[in-house]
Design a protein around this ligand. Structure first.
Ligand code: NAD
Ligand code: DAU
Length: 366
């Protein structure tokens, strides 16, 4: 049994779906179901006895303690966060609350649970509940999912971020993630909590909420809306197909060294404007505009994001060298799959755009 927080969001949902496609080990998903948490992402698991979705906050210590005691997970994977940089600029409060205060409460709940786990399994005698469920003090893991944005911004000639790069966050989002990473580190050094941290570059793929660049480009293109490019569009991001991020997390969970940080990235640095042109060209091929004009005609330059980081680049050598991880997708293969996924899933897109996905949450939860 594993507990996945934020499992109804973009990366968390891909992680849960991939996990259960590859193993029968059950998953409890704990998700607050904010605007970014979409139960439709996990719809294919409805009725699957291996999966339970619980609505709740990582900062709700009583709920988290109850879930841990009841389900005795052998690992907690923490995806739960406020994740959108632009929202953090307009309203940083939720980012401080979930990413910092929420992570603190989650760490404390997990520490309470972990410190009471048995040291080792001895299945010859009468085993306590934790033993039968397989969780032990030495095998338990808390894996914290973080971002390359904690390292700040690079110039064109700087080397890519390594695990020892300075932590220099520039947005309220990245500052809150950096704070959470520090808390996780401190809970390991001070209390011995068996933690692992991953810092990943920009993800793209299925179930990506269309407030982020790539899904926004796809859905806006299809309905004839402008494709907003911030500033000069020459900012660089390092892109990784979401399923490669998920495979990296599984690998780190399996074999990562305790207390270590692993950078995750696909060696795919691209300027934003190149991404925009790539998406437009794919749509021209796969779903040409009715008027025969190219989608790039919809590109609109808009005011830049305040404090916009110029370049991110991840050096993933440590993960490759120590744990033998490699991404399966190139950018070309991953972006084609992504555009195709949005074309193949118009209901998901429509429900997100109309807000209909919130009705399910309101009907089943509060
Ligand atoms: P997302 O916004 O799509 O999903 C976040 C999920 O967390 C949502 O389902 C939301 O409902 C849930 N959540 C928010 N606050 C919560 C709370 N207090 N308690 C419980 N659940 C809560 O984000 P994402 O893009 O899937 O990112 C997941 C994680 O990966 C985040 O920690 C993010 O910082 C990190 N990350 C994201 C990227 C990326 O490119 N998207 C890259 C590197 C790291
Ligand atoms: O680097 C990892 C991070 O990537 C994650 O930690 C964050 O959770 C995730 O949201 C993402 O942050 P970015 O700010 O890089 O992603 P976003 O998709 O918002 O923007 C990508 C780039 O595109 C960025 O330089 C801003 C630009 N942009 C974005 C939007 C939404 C535009 O030019 N126009 C847009 O409309």
């Amino acid at each position: 049994m594993i507990l996945v927080t934020g499992g109804a969001g973009f990366i968390g949902a891909n992680f849960v779906l991939d996990w259960l496609a590859q193993s029968d080990e059950p998953v409890i998903t704990l998700d607050k179901l904010t605007y970014a948490g979409n139960p439709e992402n996990l719809q294919s698991l409805q009725g699957d006895a291996r999966h339970t979705l619980v609505q709740g906050d990582i900062g709700d210590a009583a709920l988290v303690a109850k879930l841990l005691a009841e389900h005795q997970p052998r690992a907690v994977i923490n995806f739960a966060a406020e994740s959108h940089v632009d929202r953090s600029i307009h309203g940083p409060g939720d980012f401080i609350q979930t990413n910092i205060v929420g992570t603190f409460h989650l760490l404390e709940s997990v520490r309470g649970y972990w410190s009471n786990l048995p040291e080792n399994l001895d299945c010859h005698g009468s085993a306590p509940l934790a033993m039968t469920a397989g969780a032990t003090k030495s095998s338990f893991r808390f894996l914290h999912v973080s971002t390359d944005e904690v390292y700040g911004s690079l110039t064109k000639d700087d080397p890519a971020f390594t695990e020892t790069s300075h932590i220099e966050p520039n947005s309220p989002y990245s500052a809150s993630k950096a704070a959470s990473d520090h808390l996780v580190r401190a809970w390991h050094h001070t209390y011995g909590l068996p933690v692992l941290t991953t810092n990943c570059s920009n993800n793209y793929g299925p179930y990506h909420f269309p407030e982020k660049l790539i899904p926004l480009l796809i859905v806006n293109s299809l309905v004839g809306k402008p494709l907003p490019v911030y500033g000069d569009g020459q900012q660089i991001r390092d892109w990784l197909y979401v399923k490669d991020h998920c495979s990296a997390i599984r690998r780190v969970l399996e074999a990562g060294r305790l207390g270590e940080i692993y950078n995750v990235g696909g060696w795919n640095e691209k300027a934003n404007l190149d991404i925009v042109h790539t998406v437009c060209a794919l749509l021209d091929e796969l779903r040409p505009r009715a008027d025969g004009k190219p989608y790039k005609d919809q590109i609109t330059y808009v005011t830049d994001r305040p404090g916009h980081d110029r370049r991110y680049a991840i050096d993933a050598h440590k993960l490759e060298r120590e744990l033998g991880w490699k991404p399966a997708e190139t950018f070309d293969s991953g972006i084609r799959k992504t555009v195709q996924w949005y074309l193949d899933n118009p209901d998901w897109v429509t429900h997100v755009q109309s807000g209909a996905y919130r009705e399910w949450v309101q009907k089943h939860y509060k």
